[in-house]
Design a protein around this ligand. Sequence first.
Ligand SMILES: Cc1ncc(C[n+]2csc(CCOP(=O)(O)OP(=O)(O)O)c2C)c(N)n1
Length: 323
Amino acid sequence: MTASLSNELLLDLYSRMLRIRLVEERLAQVQAEGELPGPVHLYIGQEAVAIGVCAHLTDEDWIASTHRGHGHFLAKSRETRKLVAEVYGRATGVCGGKGGSMHVADISKGILGANGIVGGGIGLATGAALTAKTQGKRRVSVAFFGDGAANQGVLMEALNIAALWKLPLILVCENNGFSEFSPTEVVTAGEIWKRASPFGVPSQAVDGNDVLAVYAAAQEAIERARRGEGPTLLEMRTYRLRGHVEAEKSFLSKTYRTDDEVETRRAVEPLLRCRALLREAKIDDAAVSEMEARERSEVDAAFEYAAQSPWPEAKTAFQHMFA
Ligand SMILES: Cc1ncc(C[n+]2csc(CCOP(=O)(O)OP(=O)(O)O)c2C)c(N)n1
């Protein structure tokens, strides 16, 4: 499969995944140091999904995200400073510091927003898909959501109406093994990708830790949507390497998974696997190291920018409100 992608594209996918990883590792650190005004739900271990899907999108296309939304934001827009400043709650953040981690949004880039309401993004993305269809401009709309969200009724409503109206909607379920502190098998019956079948919607389960598998499945679904042939449901099988929320061990009375399990899954995490693909494709190690250094310095600069940015002024408290 590597042969079908240029080395340039492969390196680009890796660098974009690395950007997310570096931002989030640093967020984990500053959260532990008490630097952030609120909680963060990290995406570490799932980067291949956001990157493999968003590689096919432009600013004209829409995405709707989840409470675990930093990766989706960075995959759709590389505005790292605006993202980090927002998580820091600063005036220079993408929402002026008023949204924070769970509400990063940038309509100008087609990012309808992270979302604290589990399953909330599915309805938003379906609405955007209807707009796309009405406009007839080959735009598409992607809903990212978790396996827990797949148990909300809105998924059935979206599948129904998107199938009926042939909406350019791509439903991307990130099955990361858990819904908060419950393993998926305890709260989810059957296989999520099969839920599309009664609606006649194409669907498949994909190795969500393999960026090339994600890239290929997303390409097929997005091209189908752009051709006006309707929605697709993709179940990306991946694994959440961090806690549901940072510092969860400090308040959980018992564990829901062992450290050994997490270590086993670390061996098949997406960045490691993509790094192996770069070697297989004989991409020069020096070129990779150079790119990694560039990414690190970009991320360092973004955190410095955020930490030094001003807080929003009190007089702006009532701006950007509907009522
Ligand atoms: C409508 C709603 N119900 C419950 C919650 C509480 N809650 C927050 S995250 C979460 C688990 C979501 O699991 P999943 O969709 O698999 O996403 P993941 O956290 O694994 O990325 C729950 C139940 C919520 N925020 N919104």
